[in-house]
Design a binder for this molecule. Structure first.
Ligand code: PGA
Length: 257
């Protein structure tokens, strides 16, 4: 028995994170190959998150397809003397629709914090982008039993300050760091437990309805051969896929699970 009474249909999102892979020409070729393979997937949102420099090519080649394009990061200010940064307005101006915020690789290697995640999320929403906000524990945190404390701190610190209206515009991604790029997928039950915990955080902060409406993606070694079992968990509303999204046939198999 759930704590909510009305079941809201959550449309799954399958988002490929192409990280620092592919040139612009390789990006165009891969999306052109992928598009017909996912054309019939009306039951899911299909997103490719590409490096900034490849976004124009990705947006152009996906324009008449069901694939939407996202960035992998964004800066929180509108403009200014911030060498190397890209604003949310610059992204929407070229037709970018989504953005990943707070990916564990950015937290780990580029100093991303709860505070920067919060600021970037608000900036993205204000510009009309759909943020995919990532949370997830490291291996030693899971092993020491602090997974829930870590997820709670990341959730409250990163998204707790949003208004309910703002919160309605985000997609959450649970990505246990130990499962990213390692081939070690969380079991469907482990993922569902973490999603359930996050959904309870949403209930506590924003209420039952926003919690029921929020799409929570799982990420970490998602492959064509484990997507069915993961998606069989009602708590999972899609996936954020790294390595297995780079090959069009593999990503299409995940989208069409
Ligand atoms: P992976 O990456 O699928 O290669 O584990 C997932 C991610 O980093 O979003």
């Amino acid at each position: 028995m759930h704590w909510y009474s009305v079941r809201i249909m959550r449309k799954p999102v399958m988002a490929g994170n192409w990280k620092m892979y592919k040139t612009a020409a390789e990006t165009s070729a891969a999306i052109a190959k992928l598009a017909p393979m996912v054309a019939a997937a009306s039951h899911v949102d299909v997103v490719i998150c590409a490096p900034f420099v490849n976004l124009p090519a990705a947006i152009q080649v996906s324009s008449a397809t069901k694939i939407e394009i996202g960035a992998q990061d964004v800066f929180w200010l509108k403009e200014g003397a911030y060498t190397g940064e890209v604003s949310a307005r610059m992204l929407t101006a070229i037709g970018c629709r989504w953005v990943i915020i707070g990916h564990s690789e950015r937290r780990q290697y580029f100093g991303e914090t709860e505070e920067t995640v919060a600021k970037k999320t608000v900036a993205a929403l204000e510009a009309g982008l759909k943020p995919i906000v990532c949370v997830g524990e490291r291996l030693e945190q899971r092993e020491s039993g602090s997974t829930e404390a870590v997820l709670e701190a990341q959730f409250i610190g990163g998204l707790g300050a949003l208004t309910p209206e703002q919160f309605a515009g985000i997609v959450l991604a649970y990505e246990p760091v130990w499962a990213i790029g390692t081939g070690k997928t969380a079991t469907p039950q482990m993922a569902a437990d973490a999603h359930g915990f996050l959904r309870q955080q949403i209930v506590n902060r924003f209420g039952a309805e926003p919690a029921e409406a929020c799409r929570i993606l799982y990420g970490g070694s998602v492959k064509p051969d484990n997507i069915k079992a993961l998606m069989a968990q009602p708590e999972l509303d899609g996936a954020l896929i790294g390595g297995a999204s780079l090959d069009p046939a593999s990503f299409a198999a995940i989208v069409n699970f």
